[in-house]
Design a protein around this ligand. Structure first.
Ligand SMILES: NC(=O)c1ccc[n+]([C@@H]2O[C@H](COP(=O)([O-])OP(=O)(O)OC[C@H]3O[C@@H](n4cnc5c(N)ncnc54)[C@H](OP(=O)(O)O)[C@@H]3O)[C@@H](O)[C@H]2O)c1
Length: 274
């Protein structure tokens, strides 16, 4: 029997995605990883920029040329760029608020493009790496209603959108063997904070000085990956939001079914525009 196949996005150095890819490969999976730029030597690699539709299409086309099925998609790529809360107005990518465009729209675009391969095996899994900060997200922002700008709320809203999206996938494709999960990876020492502190150079320097301490207080990427891989491999985990390896209730906004339906419609409209 051939090895199960996984795609793991956001597998740059010291990232959660890289640790997930390493753990899967050690367990015998064939793993394709993505970053935006530098190739990753340890695994089959392809470039992917979630904020660029042509890059997503190119990756999905390349994958379809090389593999006839996909057993697991781990959507770990993501950004949280304004940790210092400096932004007073949104930074845009491709015309959308950048966290929404990258974390939500980009991830949904990729998952939709890989869906045909995911529906080939009898059972398969999509795992969105979300965040407990989805509770900072709002339904107003999710549905594009006017609201004062707050970059943390925008990050949270991008993750709230993914919690809804995982639930939609499980509803729509569960009877075809697709499990779809939204998983908080824990507080993990990675490069996300350095990217997020670009607007706060002093804080960034302090953070780097304190990095050895941070590494002792937060989870390592490998520890986080162990939780994520366990949930991905658990056949009982068919849908829902997970934290520390257990299914828990997401924030109340993630259970708003009217908002979910409206989000599904607006997302479908966006996907249909090229
Ligand atoms: N670390 C935590 O404590 C924590 C907590 C909650 C949630 N999370 C979530 O966990 C996930 C992984 O984060 P991490 O901590 O591993 O951060 P990280 O070390 O910064 O890794 C993030 C990865 O995402 C990729 N990425 C960024 N923008 C992209 C884009 N436009 N298109 C494609 N890939 C892109 C990066 O690619 P490049 O290498 O090419 O830049 C990088 O490999 C994220 O979704 C994050 O929101 C992390």
């Amino acid at each position: 029997m051939s090895a199960p196949r996984a795609v793991v996005t956001g597998a740059g150095p010291d990232s959660i995605g890289r640790a997930v890819a390493d753990a899967l490969a050690a367990a015998g999976w064939e793993v394709v990883v993505t970053t935006r730029g530098a190739a990753v030597d340890a695994h089959a690699w392809h470039a992917l920029d979630l904020a660029d539709r042509s890059s997503v299409a190119a990756f999905a086309g390349w994958y379809a040329d090389h593999a006839d099925r996909l057993d697991l998609l781990v959507n770990s790529a993501g950004i949280h760029l304004d940790l210092g809360s400096r932004w007073t107005e949104p930074q845009l990518a491709d015309g959308h608020e950048i966290h929404w465009r990258t974390n939500y729209l980009g991830t949904v675009d990729l998952t939709t493009a890989l869906l045909p391969a995911l529906l080939v095996p009898e059972t398969s899994c999509v795992l969105h790496v979300v965040s407990q900060l989805h509770e900072r997200g709002t339904t107003d922002q999710l549905l594009g209603r006017p609201a004062p700008y707050d970059s943390w709320a925008s990050y949270g809203t991008s993750k709230l959108g993914l919690v809804h999206h995982a639930a939609l996938l499980a509803d729509r494709y569960g009877d075809r063997g697709l499990r779809a999960l939204a998983v908080h990876p824990g507080a993990v020492s990675t490069n996300i904070a350095n990217r997020g502190l670009e607007t706060r150079p002093l804080l960034r320097r302090l953070r780097n000085l304190a990095r050895p301490l941070e590494r002792r207080m937060l989870m390592t990427p490998a520890e986080s990956a162990a939780h994520l891989v366990r949930v991905a491999n658990d056949p009982e985990a068919t849908s829902g939001y997970y934290r520390k390896g257990h299914r828990v209730d997401p924030a109340p906004a993630a259970s708003d079914l009217a908002a979910r339906a409206e989000l599904a419609t607006t997302t479908q409209e966006w996907l249909a525009t090229r």
